[in-house]
Ligand binder design. Structure first.
Ligand SMILES: [Zn+2]
Ligand SMILES: [Zn+2]
Length: 261
């Protein structure tokens, strides 16, 4: 399985993640914070499945741009997945004829822009050879993390979350789990802000790791760019060998670990 954290800035792309989108195997996206700025329209057209973690703008901002870029007059269109609360917010606050034309209504009258696919928590859906399961986490608005499984390997993209529990229980039960992408949003001195906005500091990030399976790589993402150096220093001070700092546009490859190797 290939996972790429999409670039979300015009300069120093690897280190400035201003918004969130991930691309799995080139055709399945998690979130659309910067998806509409990815590659060419033809490359965006190949992305047939977009799974939203929640409604916040840094995860949905370029959804309209993506749908416009991906649209072709063929009748084929991307599927947009999310829990019902997220899909309802997207319709009410983005496709509302003010922020953007109502692509949902237009899709009933012409070659469609999108198809909305509501998800039920903990019920896997298939997308291009991947099994993807939404697990609720703890954030300001209803939010899920995703367990992504290709039958041999699995990764978790945790979404935005305060300290949480169920996702880590599921992590323990997930065979072939190789990596968890987890937010480390604010530096420790902004713990109050992190708590108010339901995010993690490096200290809280370290506490989350005690609930996870031990051998799994943990990639720190969603690092506030203004405080990046400080957050990285604090993450390194935890001295946790399984932790690495996420880089945008890097291709993370995961393959089956064969017994005895
Ligand atoms: Zn959020
Ligand atoms: Zn966010």
């Amino acid at each position: 399985m290939r996972v790429r954290i999409l670039g979300a800035s015009l300069q120093d792309t690897a280190h400035r993640q201003y918004a969130s989108s991930y691309l799995i195997n080139g055709t399945v996206a998690i979130d659309a914070g910067c998806l509409g700025f990815y590659g060419s329209p033809q490359q965006q057209e190949t992305i047939r499945h977009v799974f939203l973690t929640h409604s916040h703008s840094d995860h949905t901002a370029t959804l309209p741009i993506f749908l416009e870029n991906a649209w072709t007059p063929t009748g084929e269109c991307p599927r947009i997945y999310g829990i019902p609360e997220t899909l309802e917010s997207v319709q009410r606050h983005i496709f509302n004829e003010v922020m953007w034309p109502d692509f949902v209504a237009l899709s009933r009258k012409m070659h469609p822009f999108l198809r909305l696919c509501p998800l039920e928590a903990e019920v896997p859906v298939d997308a291009d050879g991947l099994s993807i399961t939404a697990i609720p986490v703890h954030h300001q608005v209803p939010t899920v993390g995703y367990v992504i499984n290709d039958g041999q390997t699995a990764v978790i993209i945790a979404g935005d979350t305060a300290p949480t529990r169920r996702l880590w229980e599921v992590a323990h039960q997930t065979a072939g789990l190789q990596a968890i992408f987890l937010e480390a949003c604010f530096p420790n001195f902004l713990k109050g802000v992190a708590e108010a906005s339901h995010h993690l500091t490096p200290e809280m990030f370290g506490q989350e790791l005690t609930k996870m399976p031990r051998a799994v790589r943990v990639v720190a993402t969603h690092v506030k760019v203004r405080y990046r150096d400080e957050i990285i220093r604090e993450l390194c001070a935890l001295r946790l060998p399984q932790v690495e700092i996420g880089e945008c546009e890097k291709e993370y490859e995961f393959s089956e670990v064969l017994a005895g190797r």
